[in-house]
Design a protein around this ligand. Structure first.
Ligand code: KG4
Ligand code: ZN
Length: 359
């Protein structure tokens, strides 16, 4: 049985489908960033982020329990700040969006619980957003001319995949990592080199001082599909470092960082280019935290130019976790006729890239 709130939300959502200047308030709390944004259409009116990186750095990675506690402390003030900075009144908000997965369960639950209460109190529909698809949607904010179909390479701390986007909400998985995500490999390699969390930006910095001279394997090299593997690459780097340390031999950490980054980038960009060629698509989009990697952007652009493809990536502030991307994905969902989340919406630690809430 639907509650009165759910009935009203369903009716409102139908009307919102044709509204171009849809005003969305979005909340993101899947990992170590509490974020809130207000968007109108594809324009970001405000986007605020309370990062916990400095707290988790001490532990060399995200501690779930600590992340949840910090989300609780930040969320209420952050949402108020986003509304104020956007210059909107609460009644101007058409719908509330929230990341329901994938991520740390306890962390997700803070955002989901807050968003449910907020949407209910405003009497507005709640849209449940898949975080991974949110990363893709960040590109629609930055590049307003972007339209499907295109190939998207998603590389974050939790996911690495190549997908074919045929329409806003028609996303097909072509290939994905068989083990570690690319960002996870960056973080683990950084740790073995004695660099701080998060490892990606640190590896990028150190790599500039090195040369790609350490020989590393290309896992799944002979595969004709679009799957890849980062575990073998990560282990090869760890073995190289440990063997040298045990033998007491000098080695350059900068060369290791550079060689690893070069190989990690080669694996992903080759898969994306192969997919674009095979499906005869002319646009490649890069998304996720690792999309902020300068070398990835450079190599992707180079390969795209060689093949006559266009390449899009979000600006740095929209690559790593933020709530504007969640609002952008909510916009896609509303335009595609998605259902409003019911008041019993639960968080989900594991969500596939192809998952859409309610379908
Ligand atoms: O998308 P994201 O913010 O969170 C997840 O959804 O996982 O991605 C975080 C990941 C981390 O593993 C981080 O090390 C990586 O993105 N990252 C980078 C860079 N900036 C962030 N990796 C390589 N180069 C970077 N510049
Ligand atoms: Zn993310």
């Amino acid at each position: 049985m639907l509650t009165d709130y759910e009935k009203k939300a369903a009716l409102q959502l139908e009307k919102l489908r044709d509204k171009e200047d849809l005003t969305v308030l979005a909340i993101e709390s899947s990992c170590d960033e509490t974020a809130c944004a207000v968007t109108r259409g594809r324009t970001v009116l405000s986007s605020v982020i309370a990062s916990q990186i400095e707290i988790h750095k001490r532990y060399g990675g995200v501690v779930p329990e600590i992340a949840s506690r910090n989300h609780v402390m930040a969320i209420s003030g952050l949402v108020a700040q986003a509304v104020e900075q956007a210059g909107v009144r609460q009644e101007d908000i058409d719908c509330v969006a929230v990341t329901y997965g994938a991520g740390l369960l306890g962390a997700l639950l803070i955002g989901v619980s807050f968003a449910k209460a907020y949407a209910y109190a405003l009497g507005k529909p709640l849209i449940a957003v898949n975080h991974i698809r949110g990363h893709i949607a960040a590109n629609y904010i930055a590049n307003q001319e972007l339209e499907p179909p295109y190939i998207c390479l998603i590389a974050s701390g939790g996911h690495t995949a190549v997908v074919k986007v045929d329409a806003l909400e028609d996303i097909k998985l072509l290939g994905s990592t068989q083990d570690d995500a690319c960002g996870e490999a960056f973080d683990k390699v950084a740790r073995v080199l004695g660099l701080e969390y998060p490892g990606g930006p640190q590896i990028q910095k150190l790599a500039k001082e090195g040369r790609p001279c350490v020989k590393l394997p290309t896992p799944l090299k002979n595969s004709s599909g679009y799957d890849f593997s980062y575990s073998g690459l990560k282990t090869a780097v760890i073995n190289y470092v440990h063997t040298n340390e045990q033998k007491g031999e000098e080695f350059s950490k900068a060369d290791v960082a550079c060689s690893f980054q070069e190989k990690a980038v080669e694996i992903m960009t080759d898969a994306a280019v192969r997919a674009a060629r095979d499906y005869d698509l002319k646009t490649i989009v890069v998304a996720g935290g690792v999309a902020s990697n300068e070398r990835l952007r450079e190599v992707m652009k180079q390969k795209a130019d060689e093949n006559g493809f266009r390449v899009f990536y979000p600006p740095l502030r929209l690559c790593t976790d933020n709530a504007a991307m969640i609002a952008s994905e909510a916009y896609n969902l509303v335009k595609s006729g998605a259902k409003a989340a019911d008041i019993l919406l639960d968080a989900s630690a594991t969500v596939k890239i192809t998952d859409v809430y309610g379908q």
